[in-house]
Design a protein around this ligand. Structure first.
Ligand code: F6R
Length: 604
């Protein structure tokens, strides 16, 4: 949520920042701004998308070699120009991700200042400025002293005209990466804005401050003691974060799934030996055998991935119970952790605030924590005791698609490796390995039928309400399908257990609703069909997505040909991903950046 960029070096900072903000726009897109420092400071801010800011940059170009920029997802104060970052107070220009929780108290203490915005960020800028005014205080000293007074989370980047050759950055709970190039330093909250310039980067840790000059970075802690920082290689390349001819990132990412899934499985499924292996769990066979309880903690799509995988794992690990928990709930409720528990945190971004808070709570309780994470080097990936990178590549579209498929698969790998240690029958492993082998091809076959699914979407694009339903593994699939359609098309959708319909929701069935039923030939076919018949009987508009060849009485039936017995939901889900995409396009929506949303929810 929100994106930060910064640049110091020989290039024109405004252009580097503009390009960086375009790449980070998916992190927040209600306002944007940049400041560059030369003989004067040039501060430009605009409500709306980065394109609005670009117009201002064209009208007020500078050749300055230092600057910071921001793209915002509003927390304190509506999207507007005064609330947009950078905030300017006294000698300080500041951009900020996160939330300053005690900003009201701090504001009261900063009586000498008049505030032009409703933001917590402007208060932090004033606080730094008040400390910077003291004699012999350098920018980094003022930042360190201010951050000691702050409660909350931050990733910040600060510049001042008094010291025009440095950018000071700091983080706590909100990511910041410092790219170190030849004679230039690039700052970003996300690697996507760095890799056009350098692949060498320092991932700041919580409580660290970096003083960045052109091509040089010095890191210290809040006590202003120097820290030696490690420069790491960012593995992503530019190609992976570009649309490559597709109209939208969403369709590119849906279409990539056969390949991204192969990356998830690569080296981990050893067909010749009928074996699954995971290098990063950091658990011995004995420790895996001892596991009796698993907490799976996540938000949104990642939580549906967790729920779907849990259906399988509890089936093949018959001495393990799984609790799926939505992180925003778990973090504030009382819960008990039985002995022999582990916790698994599922997150595409690896930065989701609620998921991270639960990870910290579990660690404090001494629970072994594993991560199923896509973003390499992200906070959750760094904080867990072990885990699996899903290797789905950068996901830029706000709606998560390829990450879901890979998360489910990676969770299954963890479950199966545990089951292997517990002595599962080899033929069960063999069946999963065969299914994993066939899965990318089956997903490809669905993708090849995208035109047909576009035509089906055309039929349903004008409805305002929908219910997605399924049983067993197709219940989380229905919830995920409903979420995908809801967030991209703004059609009101609910995902339901098909058996629950008659406990309330069937009252909604009328001409303004349509129902999507996922039906698996091999699991509870008749039961789900009876729910479809109940809706038909009340004049409902039912669309069935199925792997069955049987006769099905429904307004629309999308059939996929599948040899799979187990992993069918991951194929049917691709149908509903395409369906959601084409409806969103048909409704003229901003497909990659749906209204009010942002990728990577770093505030709670
Ligand atoms: C939906 C979506 C969100 C995320 C959720 C968790 O398409 O993208 O529901 O799944 O915000 O995000 P991560 O996986 O980054 O923790």
């Amino acid at each position: 949520m929100c994106g930060i960029v910064g640049y110091i070096g020989p290039k024109q900072a405004q252009q580097v920042l503009r390009e960086g903000l375009q790449r980070l726009e998916y992190r927040g897109y209600d306002s944007a701004g940049v400041v560059t420092i030369g003989d004067n400071a040039t501060l430009l801010r605009a409500k709306g998308k980065v394109a609005e800011l670009e117009q201002k940059i064209e009208e007020h170009p500078t050749t300055d070699g230092i600057g910071i920029g921001h793209t915002r997802w509003a927390t304190h104060g509506e999207p507007s120009e005064p609330n947009a970052h950078p905030h300017h107070v006294g000698d300080i220009y500041l951009v900020h991700n996160g939330i300053i929780e005690n900003y009201k108290d701090l504001k009261q203490q900063l009586e000498a200042y008049e505030f032009a915005s409703e933001t917590d960020t402007e208060v932090l800028a004033a606080l730094i400025d008040s400390l910077y005014k003291r004699a012999d205080v350098k920018l980094e000293n003022a930042v360190a002293q201010a951050l000691k007074l702050v409660e909350g989370t931050y990733g910040i980047s600060v510049v001042s005209q008094k010291e025009p050759h440095k950018i000071v950055v700091a983080r706590k709970g909100s990511p910041l990466i410092v790219g170190v190039g030849d004679e230039e330093t690039v700052i970003a909250s996300d690697a996507a804005a760095l890799i056009a310039h350098t692949n060498d980067a320092i991932y700041l840790k919580d409580g660290e401050i970096a003083v960045c000059t052109a091509g040089n970075v010095e890191v210290m802690n809040l006590d202003e003691q120097p820290i030696s920082a490690v420069v790491e290689k960012i593995e992503t390349n530019l190609e992976a974060i570009e649309k490559q001819g597709y109209d939208h990132f969403l369709i590119k990412e849906i279409m990539e799934q056969p390949d991204t899934l192969r990356s998830t499985l690569s080296g981990r499924v050893v067909k010749e030996q009928n074996l699954l292996r995971l290098g990063g769990l950091n658990m011995s066979e004995e420790e895996l055998r001892a596991v009796k309880h698993i907490f799976v903690v996540a938000c949104g799509t990642a939580s549906y991935a967790g729920q779907l995988a849990s259906y399988y794992i509890e089936q093949f690990c018959d001495d393990v119970t799984i609790r799926n928990e939505v992180a925003s709930e778990l973090r504030y409720r009382s819960f008990n952790v039985p002995s022999n528990s582990i916790a698994i945190f599922v997150s595409q971004s690896g930065e989701t605030a609620d998921t991270l808070a639960c990870l910290n709570e579990m660690k404090a309780r001494g629970v072994r924590c594993l991560g199923i994470v896509n973003a390499v080097g992200s906070t959750i990936a760094r904080e867990v005791d072990g885990g699996v990178y899903v290797h789905a590549g950068p996901e830029i579209s706000v709606a998560s698609t390829k990450a879901f498929t890979s998360q489910v698969s990676a969770l299954l790998l963890v479950g199966l490796v545990m089951a292997q240690a517990k002595g599962i029958e080899p033929k069960v492993i063999e069946q999963y390995i065969n299914e994993f082998d066939a899965l990318p091809g089956e997903i490809q076959a669905v993708l090849d039928r995208h035109d047909e699914i576009r035509q089906v979407a055309e039929r349903y694009k004008d409805y305002d309400n929908a219910i997605f339903m399924g049983r067993d593994t197709l219940f989380p699939t229905a919830m995920e399908g409903a979420l995908k359609l809801k967030e991209t098309s703004y059609i009101h959708t609910e995902g339901q257990a098909a058996g629950e319909l008659k406990h309330g929701s069937i009252a909604l069935v009328d001409d303004r609703f349509f129902e999507v039923a996922f039906i698996d030939e091999h699991r509870l076919f008749e039961k789900t069909m009876s729910n479809v018949i109940e809706v038909n009987a009340r004049g409902g508009h039912v669309m069935v997505i199925t792997n069955s060849t049987r006769d099905i009485d429904a307004e629309t039936v999308v059939r996929i040909e599948s040899q799979l017995q187990l992993l069918t939901p991951l194929v049917l889900n691709v149908v509903s991903q395409l369906f959601a995409y084409y409806i969103a396009v048909a409704r003229g929506n901003d497909v990659d950046q749906p209204r009010n949303l942002a990728k990577s929810v770093t505030v709670e």
